[in-house]
Design a binder for this molecule. Structure first.
Ligand code: NAD
Length: 364
């Protein structure tokens, strides 16, 4: 069988998990990598033992010359759209790292190109492959909660500001909101079937990132994104979403995720609360409990959770490869994630203008 020819765009930190996963598969080969930093792609490929793979400093040259079937786009956020679009135009299917983009306009450009080229583009939300996240969706989708009308979610790192390319607006575009915020949005929106977002009123802050008391001085000087945000989002179907996201704060958690329904409620507790980096909904969670009435009494039922123990990063790459090989739909499709991105875009706009904004999403 012909092996799938894969290229990596952006050979930084997360690209390691992509290549590590592809190396476990017999039906694919990583044949090239590109990074704009001179020498970085070569060193990366060599480190993974891929000495025959070709290294590029220009992504377009790699796409034009390597006859690739698929790419992983692992650049910082602001380069996601340009690289994903170029790859699809060159005939490649794309596994795009999260968040999909920074702006809704860029996400729509990706979706348009996907439709025009007929390529598959999936977004890299590996928590989707965690057994606990799947259990939350199973409970919600069972209909046991009745009509769901109010959701609260968010993530609460107490002191977890990353460095590198995550803290500069030109590179990351947004901070905690998109870095880990996209996960908690995906957890609840995926569970309820991704209803369309309608309006958002949001605030964002950067008190910790810019303060050398909490952030190394060299990072504090270039910190230009959010380290905390909060938002009140109206979704289609009369559902309200109350969302908070933190990279740093003087608190152990921004609270549980809760789903309120007319027949029952579901509480999902965050994991590793109290630790500096705990509390983000990046695929881990604490206990989940169903609140309901039985025999006329208020009661609650703990829902057992099982970690499926398989490497979520591997499962995300495997699902992408299966979709490409078998002509299946994208496992985590842009038709859903466009709503995740529209909320992030709305939060950025509302925080900047200081009032509620409408979310309008062009149908593509
Ligand atoms: N799924 C996850 O768990 C997870 C974890 C970490 C990061 N990420 C996401 O992965 C992306 C990258 O994060 P990272 O930590 O690897 O960042 P990084 O800064 O370590 O790596 C990004 C690389 O992309 C390169 N690059 C930028 N523009 C490029 C272009 N046009 N062509 C080729 N290379 C280009 C940069 O030079 C850099 O080497 C981000 O979007 C981040 O949100 C996802």
């Amino acid at each position: 069988m012909k092996k799938l020819r894969i290229g990596i765009i952006g050979t930084g930190g997360i690209a390691n998990s992509h290549v590590g996963s592809y190396l476990r598969m017999d039906d694919v080969e990583v044949v090239a990598g590109a990074d704009i930093i001179p020498g970085k792609a070569r060193a990366f490929l060599d480190r993974h033992g891929l000495t025959d793979a070709k290294a590029f400093e220009d992504t377009q040259t790699m796409l034009d010359t390597m006859n690739l079937d698929a790419v992983s786009v692992c650049t910082y956020n602001t380069a996601h759209a340009v690289c994903a679009i170029a790859a699809m135009k060159a005939g490649c299917h794309v596994l795009l790292e999260k968040p999909m983009t920074v702006t809704l306009a860029d996400a729509l450009d990706i979706r348009r190109t996907e439709k025009e080229t007929g390529r598959i583009l999936t977004v890299g939300f590996q928590p989707r492959y965690d057994g606990r996240m799947q259990k939350i969706k199973e409970v919600i989708q069972s209909g046991r909660l009745g009509k769901i009308y109010y959701i609260q979610t968010g993530g609460g790192r107490r002191r977890g500001i990353p460095g590198g390319t995550f803290i500069e607006k030109d590179l990351a575009g947004v901070g905690a909101l998109a870095d880990i915020g996209c996960y908690s949005l995906d957890m609840v929106l995926n569970a309820i079937g991704y209803p369309k977002p309608l309006t958002v009123s949001a605030v964002s802050y950067d008190y910790f990132g810019k303060n050398p008391k909490y952030t190394p001085e060299k990072d504090a000087k270039r910190f230009s994104v959010d380290d905390f945000c909060g938002a009140f989002i109206r979704l289609e179907g009369g559902i309200t979403l109350d969302f908070r996201m933190s990279w740093a704060m003087h608190m152990d958690t921004t609270g549980n995720t809760i789903f309120l329904g007319t027949d029952a409620g579901l509480k999902v507790e965050p994991a590793n609360v109290g630790t500096a980096w705990g509390g983000a909904w990046d695929g881990s969670c604490g206990d989940i409990t169903l609140f309901h009435d039985d025999f006329g009494e208020m009661t609650c039922t703990p829902i057992p959770l099982h970690d499926n123990k398989e490497d979520r990063f591997f499962l995300k790459c495997r699902a992408f490869v299966d979709a490409v090989e078998q002509g299946l739909p994208a496992p985590i499709p842009t038709s859903q994630i466009i709503y995740n991105q529209a909320i992030i875009d709305g939060i950025i706009r509302s925080s900047a203008c200081g009032h509620e904004v409408n979310i309008e999403i062009e149908e593509i």
